[in-house]
Structure formats: C-alpha cells, structure tokens
Design a protein around this ligand. Structure first.
Ligand code: ZN
Length: 240
C-alpha cells in the first residue's frame, strides 16, 4: 500500500472494525458527557440558567443523527440527543490512529503510557481512544454551543423550527435564506466548540501540560496530536 492509498483510510470507514467492537464503550460515553455537563455552567445569552438534558440513543446504530431542541422557554430547558451511529462513526475515524502500518505521529515511541490498566494496549490504541473522546467532546460541545449562543431560541422564535437537526433530513425543505442562516449558525457553533474544547483538552493534560494517563514528550507534541484528532472529526463530517 503506498502513502496515497493509506491517506484514503483517513476519510473512509476502516472496514476491519465492527459495531460490536465499539458497543462496550457506549456506557463510558454517557459518563464523559455527564462529566462535561457537570463542569459547565450553561446559560442562555440573556443569562438564564438552563436545564439541559442529554441522551445517547442506542437504537438504530445504522443511522447517524444528532438533534437539539428547546423543550420550554421559561424555565429554559433544552434537550440534546445524539445517536449511537454518530458516536460509532467518530470511533471509526479515531481508529485511524490505531492502524499498525500507518504512522501518523512519528514521535509516538517517545510517549509513555502512565496507567497500569492500559499497559496491555499499544501506544497507538491508547491514543486512538484519546482521539475518540476528543471527537465526542467536540461534537457535544458543538451542541451545547447552539444552546449558549441562543441558536435554538432563534430557530424557535424567529424561524418557527421546533428542532435543529445536524444532518440533512429529506423530509424538511428549507428556503435559500434559511439554509444560509443555518450554515452561519453551524459555523458559529463550531468556533465556540473549538474554544471550549481547547479548555477541556488543556485540562486533560494536567498540571505539567504533558498528559495524565498518556504522557506526550512535550506540549508541542500534545497539541500536534490534538490538531489531528479534531481533523479526524471533520474528515468524518465531510464523508457523511
Ligand atoms: Zn450544529
């Protein structure tokens, strides 16, 4: 396999992985999501504290969907629902880091696994899981950004849309101006999620800035990995 072919794996689901390999991770994802929610004080643009409910729908894993909506205006209550299919696709993107014959990060041997429970895994496998959680956090922070930036309120109050669906729903028809507004909201949520994600990632690196259970040789290496992990999320997004 030459380099050109290897690169294609980056945007195509690695065929050697199956949903059954991923399923045991679903419970961990919910734990991580609740950790995110408990560490953020989420309010609307007008400063109202929100009641935010998050669910991961484990049914229909063959479908890829994420959806957010306002449940009630007052008190401000919102709900975000991601399905297992979306998290599975993020997981397949993260497996790029685990491909034995493809060295994305040539300095990987200089990294150290700092947790006895993970010692049976290769550095590539540990890093692939790290990339998966970076991807999941980013997607969830994108959804939370739609709440804090007032997008869901705008869709309800100004556009008469009762929910925001992240992926094209064939049943819904939008006008050209609605499509333009939706694209602007998506770009803004991406930017906000990027800012929040940098804080979460920085915290995950601990006080020395080099990592906790996985130690990078330097901060530069830690952030190089971060750039690739986020790129993997978007490589999945363009292949949906
Ligand atoms: Zn969005």
């Amino acid at each position: 396999m030459n380099d050109e072919n290897n690169r294609k794996i980056f945007i195509i689901k690695p065929q050697e992985y199956k949903y059954e390999n991923f399923e045991p991770l679903l419970a961990q994802i919910e734990d991580h999501f609740h950790r995110i929610l408990s560490s953020l004080k989420i309010s609307t643009p007008s400063g109202k504290t929100t009641n935010l409910k998050l669910t991961v729908d484990v049914f229909n894993p063959e479908k890829i969907s994420a959806c957010a909506w306002r449940v009630t205006k007052d008190p401000a209550a919102y709900e975000i629902r991601m399905n297992a299919g979306l998290t599975y696709y993020l997981w397949t993107a993260s497996r790029t880091f685990a491909i034995p014959e493809y060295d994305i990060l040539p300095w990987l041997e200089e990294c150290k696994i700092n947790d006895e429970r993970l010692k049976k895994l290769s550095r590539k496998e540990v890093l692939a899981d790290y990339a998966f959680f970076v991807g999941c956090y980013y997607v969830l922070l994108h959804e939370i950004s739609h709440v804090v930036l007032g997008h869901l309120d705008y869709l309800n109050d100004e556009m008469r849309l009762d929910h925001l669906s992240e992926f094209q729903d064939e049943k819904e028809q939008y006008s050209l101006s609605e499509i333009r507004i939706r694209k602007a909201l998506e770009a803004e949520a991406d930017r906000q999620a990027g800012e929040l994600m940098m804080i979460f990632y920085g915290n995950s690196l601990g006080v020395n800035g080099l990592g906790g259970y996985f130690l990078f040789p330097s901060r530069l290496h830690a952030y190089e990995f971060y750039v690739y992990a986020i790129a993997a999320v978007f490589s999945r997004a363009i292949s949906f």
